[in-house]
Every structure is written in C-alpha cells, then in structure tokens.
Design a protein around this ligand. Structure first.
Ligand code: CAA
Length: 382
C-alpha cells in the first residue's frame, strides 16, 4: 500500500529531500566528526518550516499534519541522523506540548521563535535515576513563599539540544507524595538564574545532536513558566512522547534507507570474482530483506501518523512504529556495513556512521523494552 499523498504533503517531502540532498548530506560526515551542533543547517530547517511542521500558522508554524512531518523527517534523517533528532525534539517534544498545553501567552512568546529556529528547545525529563521509570522524578519545583514563581532543584541527563537551547521543558515533582500525579512541567529559559548546562556528552553516534546534563540549583522561574495544570506534567510528557515516537520511527526509517541506498550503490560498483557483488545472491538477499523491512517500517510510521491526525488514540501504534523501525534501522545498518566489507569498517565510508547512529533509536524516547510494555499494556487493556 502507498499512502495517497496530498500536493502539500508531497511539496513538504520534496522540499525536505532537496535540502537534505544538496545542503545536509555533503556535511553529514563533518558534523559527525566534529561533534558540533549544526547551527546554520538548523536555521535553514527553520526557514523552510521544518522545525514547527505541525505548529499552527498563527503561531509561526507550517500548520501541516503528522504525515507531512514524518515524510520530512525521514528525508532529513536519511542525510544526517543528528539533524533528524534535532528536528524531532524541536517539533514533537517542545513545539508539540507547548502548542496543546500552553497558554496563549506562552505560545506567543515561544512558538514563533521555535518554529523559525531562532530559538532551540529541549525536553528535560530523564534524570540519573529516572530513565525508563520516568515517574521517578527527583527534580523538585517548590512554590516560592514570597514574590511568586517556583524554585527548581535537581539534575537532568542526556538532554538533547540542551547545549544549544534557549528554553527547556522541564519535568519536576511539585508534590512528591503523589508519584506520577505530582509531576508538573515548566518552560525554563536556559539563562534563568540557577540553570547550568553541563559539557556535551561524548556519544557513539548522532554526534552533531549535542546533549548534556542540566543542573538546577535554586533555579527561579515565574508563575507563567508552568505548562498546563500543576500535577498534569506526567501526562503532558507521555503525550509528547507518543508524538515523539512517531518522529524517532521516521528517523529510524531514514537511517535504514541511508544504509540500504549506500550499500546498493556500492554493490553495483564493487566487483568480486569478476562481477559486481550485486550479482551475487548472497548480496541480493540482504538487499531484498533490507528493502522489504524499510517499506514495512514506513507503513507503520504512516499508520501511527494517520491515526494521530485523525484525533484517535495512537499510543500503541506509535510504540509499534518506533519498536519496529528502530530494529529495522539496526539490521539495515549492520547488513549495509557487511556489504561494504572491510571498507565499511573505515570512517572514510558512511556505513560505519549509519551503524553508530542507528543504535540510539532503540534507546531514546523509550527503549525497545519500554515500547513492548506500552504495546502489551494497550493490547491487554483492550
Ligand atoms: N498519554 C497520556 N497519559 C498517559 C500515557 C500516554 N501515553 N501513558 C500513561 N499515561 C497516564 C496514565 O493514564 C496514568 O494516569 P492516571 O494516574 O490518571 O491513571 C499516568 O500517566 C501514569 O501512568 P502509568 O502508571 O502507566 O505510568 P508508569 O509509571 O507505569 O510509566 C511508562 C509508564 C510507559 C513506562 C513511562 O514511564 C515511559 O514511557 N517510560 C519511558 C520514558 C521515555 O520514553 N523517556 C524518554 C526521554 S526523552 C528523550 O529520549 C528525548 C531525546 O533524547 C531525543
């Protein structure tokens, strides 16, 4: 089945493919090598409407649907997985919750800046002891006795975009006795007093998507920083992650495609035993499996996106898409590298970058184990 794309969806996909091929792909190896947030390319994504794809036009976004977002994100990730996750976090985990849970004042302050790329955002949920168990928040937010506002204390881990960010969505316990129901989310400017961003993490892959620890030491924010109602933070975060998992699944399809397309081109050029290796059945079977799995993963991504756009519950569909696509990306990257043989192991060729980039898709925005729990919990409930 192919999704019947609207002219607008095709246009956005083609726009993303064009910038990905002409401007991002030529720089992907350098971005990986330098471990540097690709500031100018991210600004370019903002100019093209790719940082606020689903943000309403009234707030400076492209006002498009989740299918468009998934199509565009696959194209960007096919060129550069680091750019893919930067785009995914900005759209799904920052603009998303701000658009549906923010006040008009919060939206007016942040969405135009975020959608255009003038401001970068991060989503600060994970902590040293709250990863898969996201409700185990140790970061606290306490109402100030005088002067209004909140005081935050705690540490966040692995926060993608934090070193480049102007604002973070921060989950914190406002009533630790209530567990998940005692968590709230705050919009915290990174230049607020008491906020410190740690040094960038040294990672296996997606090295251009800088991430870091974030420390809050009596960090003060105003009353207007609370996003949604007090105590609703866990649900806001889970809803954001439902959307985010569609994004990571699309990123994984993009990485898988990169591994597959690069390996196919190489297989047609490289000769062994007097003929291109693409003529050997051993290679053909690998390419056939990669191609089939990528098509299947993309259909799962589209299915979750279509459900989200229809306003239906899509938690389980997003988890299935993320689970399957991330595993497909890892298999494709492994087989792609194998097709390159010894050259695949060298940094001179992109196969080893895809191999390193693919791994994170099975970990962030909920590990594969968490996705299986989410799917099982939904199927047993239904
Ligand atoms: N949407 C809305 N509400 C939801 C929800 C969802 N998808 N999932 C759960 N909830 C609600 C529940 O209905 C429940 O509400 P009530 O109290 O009213 O009944 C409440 O939240 C608590 O739900 P659970 O009891 O199911 O929560 P739990 O503590 O068992 O945790 C979990 C569930 C699925 C394991 C969750 O902790 C989880 O998703 N963990 C993984 C965390 C994760 O993905 N982290 C990613 C970090 S961000 C990142 O990776 C970004 C990046 O770098 C790119």
């Amino acid at each position: 089945m192919d999704l019947e794309l609207t002219p607008e969806q095709k246009l956005l996909r083609d726009t993303a493919r064009d910038v990905a091929t002409k401007e991002i792909l030529p720089r992907a190896a350098e971005i990986d090598r330098n471990h540097k947030f690709p500031r100018e390319l991210v600004s370019r994504l903002g100019e093209l409407g790719l940082l606020g794809v689903a943000v309403p036009e009234a707030w400076g976004g492209a006002g498009m649907d989740t299918v468009s977002y998934a199509l565009a994100l696959e194209e960007i990730s096919r060129a550069c997985a680091s750019c893919g996750v930067i785009m995914s976090v900005q759209n799904s985990l920052v603009c998303g919750p701000l658009a549906y849970s923010g006040t008009d004042a919060q939206r007016a302050r942040w969405l135009p800046l975020l959608a255009s790329g003038q401001a970068i955002g991060g989503f600060a949920l994970s902590e040293p002891e709250a990863g898969s168990d996201a409700a185990a928040q140790r970061t606290t937010a306490v109402r100030r006795k005088a002067g209004g506002g909140w005081v935050l204390n705690g540490t966040k881990n692995f926060i993608t975009n934090a070193p480049a960010a102007q604002v973070l969505l921060v989950a914190a316990a406002t009533d630790p006795s209530k567990g998940a129901r005692g968590i709230s989310v705050f919009m915290v400017p990174t230049d607020a007093p008491g906020v410190k961003i740690g040094k960038s993490d040294d990672k296996l892959g997606i090295r251009g998507a800088e991430s870091a620890q974030v420390f809050f030491a009596d960090a003060v924010v105003g009353d207007d920083a609370l996003l949604g109602a007090e105590g609703d933070g866990f649900k806001i975060a889970m809803r954001a992650l439902d959307g985010g998992r569609i994004g990571i699944a699309a990123q994984a399809v993009g990485i898988a495609r990169a591994a597959f397309e690069d390996a196919t081109r190489y297989a047609l050029e490289r000769k062994t035993f007097g003929q291109p290796i693409a003529d050997h059945q051993a290679i053909q079977f690998k390419l056939a499996d990669m191609c089939t799995e990528i098509e299947a993963a993309r259909l799962l991504v589209w299915r979750a996106a279509v459900k989200k756009d229809a306003g239906a519950k899509f938690t389980s569909e997003a988890a299935m898409a993320k689970l399957f696509a991330s595993e497909v990306a890892n298999r494709a990257a492994k087989e792609g590298l194998q097709i390159f043989g010894g050259y695949g192991y060298l940094a001179d060729f992109p196969a080893e970058r895809h191999y390193r980039d693919a791994k994170i898709t099975e970990i962030y925005e909920g590990t594969s184990e968490i996705q299986r729990l989410v799917i099982a919990s939904s199927l047993l409930k239904d």
